[in-house]
Design a protein around this ligand. Structure first.
Ligand code: GDP
Length: 365
């Protein structure tokens, strides 16, 4: 109490203000708490053994290592991926995109239950580079898929946390390999239909499903042509109640818009369907379409062609990502970049010569 007078706020000029001395805080260390043992890092072969048995705990553990930034974890993760690779590939990989509120989680829940009726297993993964775990839509979050979350044959994993899109996407692609080795023969990769992430998803799935809503006015406004061009199927959700007519109208508009697009590389003609995820209407029809697609591309050979293209794409993507990382995380390069940035901003050097100087320095090292 007495030392209140030492507070400047208690000086006469601050009349009306008083600051009380605080209560002495107890020590933060709880003497009864035993130090938590760090879980020892399992070996790659232990993990692979568990994954091949379909052990979900082991699978989750391995995915966590895939997502980890620690070099020690990455080394184990890469070995696990390498060993799982021969057991992977045997699945239908389906990308699902749509703007927030389009009904992705509601739909994935009913789509998932629909396909699991016939047995098999389903992994739901996500690519959401914008959202950190604490904000945003947290794609792939279990609470958004109530029925699948408690289904024993479903494995749900939220997006790797924010980072570069390439990095996040690569981790998801690696996770696909692990899930397939664990016997998941259906893989959904969910993403928000805004920005670049669809391209990343498109580069790792066999079928790309675009969920749309019937709006008012011009249905096609605001939908990026690029996204429509990637879609193998467009489905208009919330075709229920007094929204049915508008959904049908949107369907007609999308169909005629698709006619104007160049033929797809697969030879498949993208279809447009209406359904209601919430009321579970038209869901089997959506899956009949997807089944037709798989039959079609397996017969004409495009299925394999596309997977090989994707494998090549990811080889180069990984190289690009690693090169970029190696360059930007070099402390000397970082320092030089800062200097050069100042010069460029101060009009003392052109962007091009500054870039050349930094690159020359990097390559001569
Ligand atoms: P997401 O953000 O794309 O994952 O969308 P959600 O699945 O969370 O759905 C957004 C909102 O639309 C929720 O309030 C859902 O209940 C609602 N919704 C989803 N599907 C349907 C549907 O088929 N019909 C109707 N009427 N509402 C739906």
């Amino acid at each position: 109490m007495t030392d209140n007078h030492h507070h400047i706020e208690n000086d006469e000029q601050f009349i009306g203000l008083t600051v009380n001395s605080g209560v002495k805080q107890p020590p933060v260390v709880n003497p009864y708490l035993k130090p938590r043992k760090r879980r020892p890092l399992p070996s790659a072969s232990e993990l692979v053994e568990g994954i091949l048995k379909g052990d979900v705990t082991v699978l989750s553990r391995a995915v966590t290592l895939v997502e980890s930034l620690s070099p020690e974890h990455q080394a184990v993760a890469q070995e696990v991926i390498e060993k799982c690779l021969p057991y992977s590939g045997n699945s239908r990989r389906i990308g699902i995109t749509g703007v927030p509120g389009a009904g992705k989680s509601t739909s994935i829940d009913v789509f998932g239950l629909h396909i699991l009726k016939d047995g098999g297993k389903l992994a739901v993964l996500a690519i959401d580079p914008s959202s950190e775990r604490t904000k945003g839509s947290i794609l792939g979050d279990k609470t958004r898929m109530e029925q699948l979350a408690v289904h024993p044959a479903a494995f749900i994993r939220p997006s790797p946390s924010a980072g570069s899109l390439g990095g996040v996407a690569r981790k998801t692609r690696e996770t696909i390999v692990l899930c397939e080795a664990a016997g998941y023969n259906n893989i959904f990769v969910e993403t928000v239909g805004v920005g670049q992430s669809e391209t990343a998803v498109h580069s790792m799935v066999d079928f790309f499903l675009l969920i749309q809503l019937a709006g008012t006015g011009d249905e096609l406004q605001g939908i990026k042509r690029g996204i429509m061009e990637m879609a193998d199927g467009i489905v208009i959700n919330k075709a229920d109640g007094d929204n049915i007519d508008r959904a049908r109208l949107a369907q007609a508009q999308f169909r005629s818009a698709l006619h104007l697009f160049p033929p797809t590389a697969s030879g498949w003609k993208p279809e447009v369907l209406c359904y209601s995820g919430y009321y579970n209407l038209g869901v089997p029809e959506v899956w009949e379409m997807i089944d037709r697609y798989f039959t079609f591309v397996k017969e004409n050979g495009y299925f394999e062609v596309k997977r090989q293209e994707q494998a090549r794409y990811w080889m180069y993507e990984t190289i690009n990502e690693k090169l970029r990382q190696h360059f930007y995380t070099n402390p000397e390069v970082e320092k030089l970049l800062q200097e050069k940035e100042m010069k460029v901003l101060g009009n003392q050097q052109s962007s091009f010569t500054a870039a050349r100087d930094v690159l020359d320095f990097y390559f001569k090292k």
